[in-house]
Each structure stands twice: as structure tokens, then as C-alpha cells.
Design a protein around this ligand. Structure first.
Ligand SMILES: Nc1ncnc2c1ncn2[C@@H]1O[C@H](COP(=O)(O)OP(=O)(O)O)[C@@H](O)[C@H]1O
Ligand SMILES: [Mg+2]
Length: 69
């Protein structure tokens, strides 16, 4: 249903480069219930924005129901 391959998101803020997502692989089947947890700043929101098509990843792919975003 949701498939993520080698997802990378980098941000540049000022002179600082932030690697928010470092080659994430993920597969979530239909009906599956998944929880994402981790400390503040670890990349949870960035991952969700990428899954929702709200933010273009730096690299890698997100497929929803077989369609590559
Ligand atoms: N728009 C942005 N510009 C620059 N850095 C960002 C931006 N969004 C997120 N980041 C950085 O990416 C990292 C992950 O942030 P985020 O996904 O918001 O973490 P979480 O949701 O797990 O708290 C953090 O270091 C954050 O500062
Ligand atoms: Mg967040």
C-alpha cells in the first residue's frame, strides 16, 4: 500500500546542512497500523510530509497504492 525506498531529505538552513531522513526503507500494507516514534527532531514530521506528498524528497521514492509520487 505504502512503499518507501531509500528516502532521503536534506535541509539547508543558513550555513547548516541537516540530514533529516537518511535512506529510509518502509513498507506498510493495507489495514496495517503503524506507529512512528522517536525524540524531537529525529525526522517524524519530515517522513509524514513525504508520505503525504506535501514535501518533495531529496532522493528516493514514495509509492502509494502502486503509484510513484
Ligand atoms: N523546513 C526545514 N528547514 C530546515 N530544517 C528543517 C526543516 N524541517 C525540519 N528540519 C530539521 O529536520 C530535522 C527533523 O525535523 P522533524 O521532521 O520536524 O522532526 P520531528 O518531527 O521528529 O520532531 C530537524 O533537525 C529539523 O530541525
Ligand atoms: Mg514533528
Amino acid at each position: 500500500m505504502i512503499e518507501v525506498n531509500r528516502l532521503v531529505k536534506k535541509f539547508k538552513s543558513g550555513s547548516k546542512n541537516v540530514l533529516a531522513l537518511n535512506e529510509i526503507d518502509l513498507k506498510i500494507d493495507q489495514g496495517e497500523f503503524v506507529l512512528i516514534k522517536g525524540p524531537s527532531g529525529c525526522g517524524k514530521s519530515t517522513l509524514l510530509f513525504s508520505l503525504g506528498g506535501l514535501q518533495k524528497p531529496t532522493d528516493g521514492e514514495v509509492c502509494i497504492a502502486g503509484e510513484n509520487l
